[in-house]
Design a protein around this ligand. Sequence first.
Ligand SMILES: [Fe+2]
Length: 147
Amino acid sequence: MKGLVCKVCGYIALDGNREQCPVCRAKNVFEDKEDAYKMTDFKAISGETEKKHIPSFAVVRKRGLIPGADYIDVRVKIGEILHPALPEHHIMEIAFYIDNKFVENIMLTSDINPTAVIRLKDGTKGKVQVIESCNVHGKWFNEVKVE
Ligand SMILES: [Fe+2]
C-alpha cells in the first residue's frame, strides 16, 4: 500500500500529516512510498508469511472497579501462526491508530511473543488500526471496528 513514511524512524502517517513525526519529532521528513506497508484481505490469506504477520484483534469490554470506569481492551496478536522471536527475526514494534490518528507505538524486544493491548474509554467508537513492523518482512496493516 502507498503510504506517507517518516524518513527518520519509519512511522507511517495514516492521517496524511506531513508536518512533524509524532514518534521521533522530526519535522518535514515525510516521503510518499509505494510499498509502505502490506494490507491483505484477512479472510483470504493463505501463505505462511501472511499468516505470521497479519495483526489480529480481540475486542473485550470490561467493567471498571467504580461506576463510570468501564473500558474496552483491544488486544492485538501478530500472526495466526506464531511469528519467530529471535534476534535476527522478530516483530520490532506495533503502532496503534484510531481513525487514522496516531495513538501509541509499542516497542518490542526480540525475546517476547508479539502481542499488545490498548485500553480505550468505554464509549469509544471508530476503527482501531495497527501497523506492525517485522525486521525481515516489513510492515503489515490490519484494522478492527469498535462500536
Ligand atoms: Fe517476519
